[in-house]
Design a protein around this ligand. Structure first.
Ligand SMILES: *Cc1c(COP(=O)(O)O)cnc(C)c1O
Length: 378
């Protein structure tokens, strides 16, 4: 089936008890058993929930994977990767991952003697020099936040496979509508479903998808044993949201493309970062591995005061952390999402005091452009 059809139907069929077309929210912690040792496959809410199962099947289908395992947040999904490593193991990770991923790995996992090489993944061959006998995983995020740098998923997966390593891709920014890492050779794809998958800024969630049975078993075990499961209501909201994922992503992309095109020609913009622009250093790779460019656009005003004024003056764009919702947001990475990154490191990455990240929503794009114009001209 096509993507939009799967988005609406995969994992869902009319409820067997009532015919309800929409998957019910099964708010229950436990299930009646017919007799000792005889039940309907559902024993306890942490392990099994039909609403959660529907969501897991739905997103697994969209990523063209086999198994979906849902979590209470994106970082809980990343934490569940611990099912694949043990003390003494080594992970090669992209040096520009989501801040919470870096914090989890460096501030928690390292204490359990899991070691990391943080490298520039814009050249995947950099991985080769870092591989040691204890290496287990290669962890990437593409495009990166907020600089929108791309990593060649196919090449990374090839290098990892040749060395017997698993490749993990955080696909939060693109969603399977624009990029499907499993089809490019990755073993695991994960999401903060808080962002585009849910898309309405009203749920915190995460999910892992894989085609491999052994990986599925290990991650499923962590889901049950560590228990960071999402509520049935949150699963239902996310399931409701993925029905419109295709049209939302189309519109995010169209609006972001128009805004990037507009901003590119404004004299007050010193630099603009959007993979859909021909001037983006990874535009060719974007055309190769993505079918769209997403809704995140970063701009550097080259003037911290102007950036500050802009952030203060928009009326449709809201100043807030997070991204991927239907409403347009903006954020100041240097003091918000990336405040914990040391200043020198930040500036090396391009995250200056005058950089602003736009999460372009699906409002009328004319209103968004007018909002930007009035904010810079105030
Ligand atoms: C937000 C985010 C996460 C973390 O997800 P939470 O749902 O906030 O726990 C991980 N990766 C990326 C790329 C994100 O944007």
């Amino acid at each position: 089936m096509g993507f939009a059809t799967d988005a609406i139907h995969a994992g869902q069929s009319p409820d067997s008890a009532t015919g309800a077309v929409m998957t019910p929210i099964y708010m229950t912690s436990t299930y009646a058993q017919d007799e000792l040792g005889k039940h309907k496959g559902y024993e306890y809410g942490r392990t099994h929930n039909p609403t959660r199962e529907a969501l897991e099947k739905n997103i697994a289908a969209l990523e063209r994977g086999k198994y979906g395992i849902a979590f209470a947040s994106g970082v809980a999904a990343i934490q569940a990767l611990q099912g694949l490593v043990k003390s003494g193991d080594h992970i090669i990770a992209s040096d520009n991952v989501y801040g919470g991923t870096y914090r989890l790995f460096e501030k928690i996992w390292r204490d359990y003697n899991i070691n990391f090489s943080w490298i520039d993944m814009s050249n995947p061959d950099n991985i080769i020099n870092e591989i040691i006998a204890d290496t287990r995983l290669v962890y990437i995020e593409t495009p990166t936040n907020p600089m929108l740098n791309l990593t060649d998923i196919k090449r990374v997966s090839e290098i990892a496979k040749n060395a017997g390593l698993f490749t993990v891709v955080d696909n939060t920014f693109m969603t399977p509508y624009f990029q499907r890492p499993l089809e490019l050779g990755a073993d695991i794809v994960l999401h903060s479903s808080t962002k585009y998958l849910n898309g309405h800024s009203d749920v915190i969630g995460g999910i892992i998808v894989t085609r491999k049975e052994d990986i599925h078993e290990k991650i499923r075990f962590i889901q049950k044993a560590a228990g960071a499961v999402p509520s049935p209501f949150d699963c239902w909201l996310t399931l409701r949201a993925t029905k419109t994922l295709a049209i939302r992503m189309k519109q995010h992309n169209e609006n972001a493309m128009k805004i990037a095109g507009y901003l590119q020609n404004q004299s007050y913009v010193k630099s603009i970062y959007y993979p859909g622009l021909k001037t983006h250093p990874h535009h060719e790779l974007a055309l190769k591995q993505m079918s769209g460019f997403g809704g995140i656009v970063s701009i550097d005003f080259g003037d911290a005061e102007l950036a500050e004024k802009f952030l203060r003056s928009t009326k449709v764009f809201t100043l807030a952390e997070s991204l991927g919702g239907v409403e347009s947001l903006l954020c100041h990475p240097a003091t918000m999402t990336h405040a914990s990154v040391p200043k020198r490191e930040r500036e090396r990455m391009g995250i200056t005091e005058s950089l602003v990240r736009l999460s372009v929503g699906i409002e009328d794009v004319e209103d968004l452009i007018a909002d930007i114009e009035q904010a810079v001209n105030l």
